[in-house]
Write a protein that binds this ligand. Sequence first.
Ligand code: NAD
Ligand code: TDX
Length: 332
Amino acid sequence: MMRLLVTGGAGFIGSNFVHHVVAHTDHHVTVLDALTYAGNINSLNDIPEDRISFVEGDITDEAVVDELVAAADAVVHYAAESHNDNSLHDPRPFLDTNVVGTFVLLEAVRRHDVRFHHISTDEVYGDLELDDPARFTESTPYNPSSPYSSTKAGSDLLVRAWVRSFGVRATISNCSNNYGPYQHVEKFIPRQITNILRGQRPRLYGAGLNVRDWIHADDHSSAVLTILDRGSIGETYLIGADGEKNNREVVELLLTLMGQPHDAYDHVMDRPGHDLRYAIDSSKLRVELGWEPKFRNFEAGLASTVDWYRDNEQWWSPAKDATEAFYAAKGQ
Ligand code: NAD
Ligand code: TDX
């Protein structure tokens, strides 16, 4: 049994991780989450009370972080400002949370010699051409494009420096695009599902040919637990499930799954600096640590995600109008 401190555990992937940990281990979880617009305490509603403690607080708050880290066996660090479009509009919170917040956590795990796992993204590697046979590996040079991905790259480099200079016991994982329950309606897949549920048309940026490498959030969680159990200190592991699809294919699949004509979507203004393609080679994680994804059928995973949004309107509807107003103001 471990005492895990999970930052950002009321967010999309963090809450999926908490559900996964409670279902598959006997670890106790303490969630530290600031409940920003992206955090939702209701995502943790059905976790048994004896398995979880919830602390509303900011990862840049040194006193709160110090006390919680001192009481933990390991920290799994999900908290971040996570949306590229927001980072183009107002980058400042991305610097504060993603860079300064990670620094505050690293100093605390250094003081208390606590194991640290840092959650990051494949976006730190920049993008690939559509027709490039290459995929990202752990040795791909960093080349981030957006304020979001540059702050995530900065946080990864801080972790590496704290391992080398101070002997902090840390690992890093860089995962591809996640889908599944509890994802905020600002993100691509939930935005389109909830548009269709409300009788509105999906919105594709530009031509819709950009490629993302989709993985179910539960597979991300099992990979993180694997790294926490068996990963080598100081190492980086890429997490992906061979799920490359372009955005147009995803929207057409959603429309078909939801009983609409496959072409009932609109093209809207493209995202500035829009990364073309992400693709992950996760061989290191699979060969060295023996991890495998369980959700191998994207269409089935997407269908169960559609069902979840259909059944949980009370979870997503409070955020929908403000999110769409933000997009409408940008012509998206
Ligand atoms: P999210 O935006 O859904 O959740 C982020 C959570 O962090 C929220 O609960 C929010 O309240 C909390 N938070 C934000 N600032 C905070 C602060 N200063 N102090 C404490 N809590 C704070 O994000 P997500 O999509 O679940 O992403 C989680 C992590 O996974 C991020 O580090 C992200 O970079 C990474 N990641 C995401 C994806 C993806 O597809 N969404 C892919 C790879 C990696
Ligand atoms: O309405 C939309 N229409 C559209 O075409 C939205 C919201 C997005 N898109 C496109 C942009 C991207 O090509 O869909 C793709 C996915 O967009 P997002 O959901 O915003 O994700 P992305 O920018 O790829 O970043 C995601 O994956 C990596 C997460 O938000 C990051 O936190 C993670 O690091």
